[in-house]
Write a protein that binds this ligand. Structure first.
Ligand SMILES: [Mn+2]
Length: 172
């Protein structure tokens, strides 16, 4: 079962439109990790599951989300409320009180996937304004594949193609 995670478009609505059109019906859920600078009522959020970012002014966006289906439990938040621009320490503390498999955030515009405290932390990077060592990719999102005994995280670029070398497997 696949889950799409995308974040930090900062007004670049077209790429979200393209991603939703491409993946609708092909993944179980699509997470949008904040800083769209759109309104909660935007039709994109009929499909994408959003949280509020520090650059979003619509208070109808939730601060965070606890997602659960029969395959996976995911905690989603942008990151500014727990200052992930400094470190993951506060997010780790929040996640430690949650019965989840996966924690996903955005905010830093830097992609990442790592197991911390037994949970898989995923930052898809920014699809529009990437920073860090993978900024040369010009924007990324992630697909999380949930299997009975493992998680696979593959990062993709704006042309909807997987990045060779940015595929990571984790035991559950
Ligand atoms: Mn941002």
């Amino acid at each position: 079962m696949d889950y799409l995670i995308v974040s930090d478009t900062h007004g670049d609505r077209q790429i979200l439109t393209d991603i939703v059109a491409h993946y609708k019906g092909k993944v179980r859920a699509m997470f949008y990790n904040g800083d769209s600078e759109l309104q909660r009522s935007d039709e994109l959020f009929d499909t994408l599951l959003p949280v509020i970012g520090n650059m979003d002014d619509d208070p109808m966006f939730p601060d965070d989300r606890n997602y659960e289906d029969e395959f996976v439990k995911i905690y989603q938040t942008h990151g500014h409320l727990v200052h992930t621009e400094i470190s993951l320490n506060q997010l780790r503390e929040v996640a430690s009180h949650k019965d989840v498999d996966v924690v996903t955030s955005g905010h830093t515009h830097m992609l990442g996937a790592e197991k911390i405290d037994g949970k898989l932390f995923i930052n898809p990077g920014s699809i529009s304004l990437p920073k860090g060592p993978y900024a040369y990719l010009k924007g990324t999102y992630a697909i999380l594949s949930v299997e009975p005994k493992k998680f696979i995280v593959q990062f993709y670029t704006r042309d909807l193609q997987p990045v060779p070398g940015l595929k990571f497997e984790f035991d559950r």
